[in-house]
Write a protein that binds this ligand. Structure first.
Ligand code: PLP
Length: 242
């Protein structure tokens, strides 16, 4: 039952294989592998197995749910490890995570920015944020529409406690590789265009895109932060079938 990992690799072996794949892909497209960060996405994964990934060299964790982060936080061996929030974030949950994460990758509304600003004031800190872009313009998805991005960044530049550091995207899951590449290259174009505008208080350091099925394609199109769950930890177990 526990042995649901891909190819029966241990977590350490998976990390090694992923880093090797990243290095090879970077070599092919003339990029430096050290520019690409590997994030372990921890949803439904027990803390002890997350710690195995940390022991294998992972330095960045991605959390989807405030509740789950709170439940596992104390059990993580967090020395030298950063935690980013990557899931849809309700404004009433910001308070719970603001002192536990070093970045929120899912900023997509002014209301959320206002609450982050408010909570950061309480803690006298700043928060690194990525703006989530709904690159596939899917009705059901969170994220800012690509044609709204410029205006949204303009609004964010006035928030003193929010440091915009880049963009995040989750392209449509059902797409073919060719479609995914179109979304990734579309994201890269947005990223470069905004970077070149040099907006006040808006930095474009991170382009967070690419998951288990498509991280190498994302790297080919400029991603420098890939978020992997399944490929590291195996298929997620959401509990007994109903
Ligand atoms: C679950 C999740 C991932 C990882 O997905 P896998 O396909 O398991 O690698 C990455 N990013 C976000 C925002 C997620 O929710």
């Amino acid at each position: 039952m526990m042995e649901n990992r891909l190819n029966n690799l241990s977590i350490a072996q998976s990390v090694e294989q992923i880093l090797d794949n990243i290095a090879k892909t970077c070599a092919l497209c003339g990029r430096d592998a050290s520019d690409v960060q590997l994030m372990a996405v921890t949803k439904t994964v027990e803390a002890q197995r997350v710690n195995e990934a940390i022991h294998a060299g992972v330095r960045l964790l991605g959390e989807n749910r405030a509740q789950e982060l709170l439940a596992k936080y104390d059990d993580y061996e967090k020395d030298g490890v950063d935690i980013h929030f990557i899931g849809h974030l309700q404004t009433n949950k910001v308070r719970q995570i603001v002192d536990k994460v070093t970045m929120i990758q899912s900023l997509d509304s002014v209301a959320l920015a206002q609450e982050i600003e408010r909570q950061c004031e309480k803690h006298d800190k700043k928060m690194n944020c990525l703006v989530e872009v709904n690159i596939g313009s899917e009705l059901s998805k969170s994220g800012v529409a690509p044609d709204r991005l410029s205006d949204f960044l303009g609004e964010l530049s006035g928030f003193g406690r929010i440091c915009v550091r880049g963009l995040m995207a989750i392209p449509p899951v059902s797409g073919t590789d060719a479609e995914k590449e179109r979304y990734f290259s579309g994201m890269h174009k947005l990223f470069v265009d905004i970077r070149d505008k040099k907006l006040d208080n808006i930095n474009m350091d991170f382009l967070s895109m690419g998951m288990s099925d498509d991280y190498l394609l994302a790297i080919k199109h400029g991603s420098n932060l890939v978020r992997l769950g399944t490929r590291l930890f195996g298929h997620r177990d959401y509990g007994p079938a109903k």
